[in-house]
Design a protein around this ligand. Structure first.
Ligand SMILES: N[C@@H](CCC(=O)N[C@@H](CS)C(=O)NCC(=O)O)C(=O)O
Length: 374
């Protein structure tokens, strides 16, 4: 291996965009290899235990999956220009926006890929086909893509995307784009001139799907040119440059986005936590299923049913643990921020069971809550 790291992923994969932008920002010695059928068979499944991307391979022969684990693994080894703010409110906001990006904005991302497929069919299918059969002709790739992509398009109803919810999902996304556009008209990144873990999270949905698939990309370029410019900035960063805003400032332009997150996503996550909790009490020591069935959700005016994704607790815990570690003035400042956006009760929920990831499987298991540090 001539490089320190290999990322197995693909240009049209949502979560690959998050790690790719990070690796570029950190200026590491790495390369990207397409996750072809052979790579899935011979590298990913044997080492990760499941067919999922992106995967990081290190020169030392380690394999890391989950974008958050990959970033944390690399942050520990390359701490320069950390993407985690050290100040209390900025760190909280960065962690919350990563949760929103990874587990909630996947809804508009998947909607704008699959619900408008008639307008971008060949592009999407050829992307899937190219990955699995790089040598095949364009027509063969389209045909292959149509088969392979069913596993992904089949997730659309489970994400709550239906005829009834689509108008609300679109309205919520357009409002989000407008809010983010106002923000990026003033700031290069979420929290100043340095990208944070929240920016990398947002690159998941806002690049491969919403900033690259033809229909949503045209929408973003026209309606939110500052967001589109941010996507380009994230993909072509000046490595290791920039600073977070002084004095732990949270720009006002992020507040409406946080308020929508608290209103729409927090009820979903709190219910996930209830399901994980009940499951662990009934199955002590077991591996929690990735999905517990369906539950009610709202996204703006949309009301529907979506899957109960146990993983959401794992990402939520990161923000929760940080917030719970704060004391004194730091806690008071975080409380004022959370109170203003409607997130105070959720951040004070009691977590009766801590969940953690285990190598070689995607299902979470019960873990031990780490110590609180302030
Ligand atoms: N939480 C994971 C999500 C990764 C993910 O969902 N990757 C997609 C492609 S973008 C995939 O391979 N999904 C297959 C699966 O979830 O089983 C991460 O951050 O890495």
């Amino acid at each position: 291996m001539h490089v320190d790291y290999i990322m197995y992923g693909s240009e049209h994969s949502l979560f690959s965009g998050k790690v790719r932008a990070y690796l570029r920002y950190k200026g590491l010695n790495w390369e990207e290899r397409p996750a072809t059928r052979d790579v899935y068979l011979n590298t990913i499944v044997p080492n990760i235990g499941a067919p999922i991307i992106p995967v990081l391979e290190t020169a030392g022969g380690e394999y890391v999956q989950d974008t958050t684990d990959i970033i944390d693994y690399l942050e520990a080894r390359h701490p320069q220009a950390s993407v985690y703010p050290t100040t209390p409110r900025q760190r909280l906001v960065a962690l919350l926006l990563e949760l929103y990006a990874d587990e909630w904005l996947v809804i508009p991302a998947m909607h704008y890929r699959w619900s408008v497929l008639d307008q971008q069919h060949d592009f999407i299918m050829s992307e899937f086909g190219k990955l699995s059969s790089p040598e095949a002709s364009y027509e063969e790739q389209i045909a292959a893509g149509a088969k392979i992509s069913r596993a992904f398009s089949g997730m659309v109803p489970a994400l709550g995307i239906t005829e009834e919810t689509i108008p609300g999902i679109e309205a919520t996304y357009l409002a989000f784009l407008d809010q983010l556009d106002r923000h990026f008209a003033r700031f290069d990144f979420l929290l100043g001139s340095r990208p944070s873990i929240g920016d990398f999270g947002l690159m998941g949905p806002l690049y491969a799907h919403l900033g690259r698939d033809p229909v949503p990309r045209a929408l973003m370029e026209k309606r939110a040119p500052h967001v589109y410019a941010w996507v380009e900035r994230m993909n072509n960063p000046q490595p290791l440059t920039g600073e977070f805003l002084a004095d732990d400032v949270i720009p006002d332009t992020l507040l409406p986005i946080l308020a929508t997150m608290c209103k729409d996503q927090f009820p979903d996550v709190l219910d996930v936590i209830e399901h994980n909790c009940a499951w662990l009490e009934a199955n002590p020591g077991g591996s929690i299923p990735r999905f517990h069935g369906m539950h009610r959700f709202t996204s703006g005016a949309a009301v529907g049913e979506r899957c109960i994704s146990s993983y959401a607790q794992w990402l939520f815990q990161r923000a929760w643990h940080h917030y719970q570690s704060l004391t004194g003035d730091d806690r008071a400042a975080a409380d004022t921020l959370l109170g203003g956006v409607g997130g105070l009760a959720a951040m004070n929920v009691e977590l009766r069971h801590w969940v953690e990831r285990r190598p070689g499987q995607l299902e979470l298991v019960e873990g031990k809550m780490p110590h609180m540090q302030s």
